[in-house]
Write a protein that binds this ligand. Structure first.
Ligand code: PMP
Length: 357
């Protein structure tokens, strides 16, 4: 009895991707594995829209966020952290745990950050601006292109949490001038959870040399050196099966074309949002910051009941609210391998559950 995952991650994994994991185990020091790792890394560059290396770690997205902090900073480094929800707050906590001096620019939940305000909040002593691309908890997306434009010419690293956007929302790392992008396998990349991917600009690699935070497992320099050996590899035993899966998922994205994938996410988001409005429900997020990978719906006190009914009666998994939004909203994910039939089935089920809840 297959469930439809309409959540903001993990998302539905296509059969082709699932099948790619059911081959006999490959040893991670063989040429066969090296070929697969190199191929996945090249495909990741395409999806990141970068010519820089993309590093792969067996980790949750949160591990990727921590890895960026320990590789780019030293205790006492001052950063401007733009938080528009739960995941901005999490990135801020990680930076604080490692002794960074964090100035937090807090934006009301449901809104995105104003690039001009970010610029005005910058101090000479800030080494970086850290921002979430798509705030999964509020279904709000930041305009990274505009934020990057605002920061061009400033000697500040721009670090982007793209965990719930990469592959679904337009993001052009090199063209926009982003210094660090972090994402994970289980969202718009339609792969199982368990891999974090990180890419740094040349400027970020330079800055990483100054970093004095301890790192061993997360050491980017070591990971990059191994990736660039004649036989590409990882310093430690990699998640071989997950790499096989993501390699296949990235092939699917390449076949579709990244721009077509962005466009499809936009179409699906519009379809979900107009369906929600037709049911007579409100969208939580401010209309200027709507995310194309997840939608937050105001359902008042029915949130938890509706979520349970969707699962038990329709086999469709959706998410509730996080933090102060728990019990107030539901979140419908529409990222990865999502099509119109899935969107319509979800809307129909939601209407039924709302009527009966
Ligand atoms: N950042 C964002 C924007 C996310 O949506 C998530 C996961 N929901 C994370 C970070 C953390 O990822 P993980 O759960 O894989 O640690």
């Amino acid at each position: 009895n297959e469930k439809l995952l309409m959540t903001p991650g993990p998302t539905n994994v296509p059969k082709r991707v699932l099948d790619s994991m059911s081959q006999s185990m490959m040893h991670h020091r063989t040429s066969e594995f090296s070929c697969m790792l190199s191929q996945m890394s090249e495909r990741l560059k395409y999806v990141f829209q970068t010519s820089s290396d993309v590093l792969t770690f067996p980790a949750a997205g949160t591990g990727g966020l921590e890895a960026v902090i320990v590789n780019l900073f030293s205790p006492g480094d001052r950063v401007l952290l733009v938080s528009i929800g739960v995941f901005g707050d999490r990135f801020s906590k990680i930076a604080q745990v490692f002794g960074l001096d964090v100035d937090k620019l807090e934006v009301p939940w449901g809104m995105g950050a104003d690039p001009q305000t970010i610029k005005e909040s910058l101090k000479d002593s800030h080494k970086a601006v850290i921002v979430t691309h798509n705030e999964t908890s509020t279904a709000a997306a930041n305009d990274i292109k505009k934020i990057a434009e605002m920061l061009s010419g400033e000697d500040k690293l721009l670090i982007v949490d793209a965990v719930s956007s990469l592959g679904g929302l337009e993001l052009r790392m090199d063209e926009w001038g982003i210094d660090a992008v972090v994402t994970a396998s289980q969202k718009a990349l339609m792969s199982p959870p368990g891999l974090a991917f990180i890419s740094l600009s040349e400027r970020a690699w330079e800055k990483s040399k100054e970093s004095r935070l301890p790192k061993y497992y997360w050491d980017f320099e070591k990971a990059r050196a191994d990736l660039n050996k004649a036989k590409a590899q990882n310093p430690y035993t990699p998640a071989v099966s997950l790499i096989a899966a993501t390699n296949e998922a990235l092939a699917i994205i390449q076949e579709e074309g990244i721009e077509n994938a962005w466009k499809r996410h936009e179409l699906m988001a519009n379809r979900i949002r107009s369906g929600i409005e037709k049911i007579g429900l409100g969208i939580f997020t401010h209309r200027d910051y709507l995310s194309n990978t997840v939608t937050a719906v105001d359902v008042g006190e029915k949130a938890e009941t509706v979520k349970a009914m969707m699962e038990n009666e329709h086999g469709i998994i959706i998410s509730g609210g996080q933090g102060v939004l728990k019990g107030r909203i539901i979140r419908i994910g529409h990222m990865g391998c999502i099509d119109g039939e899935m969107a319509d089935r979800t809307l129909k089920a939601l209407e039924d559950c709302m009527n009966r809840a």
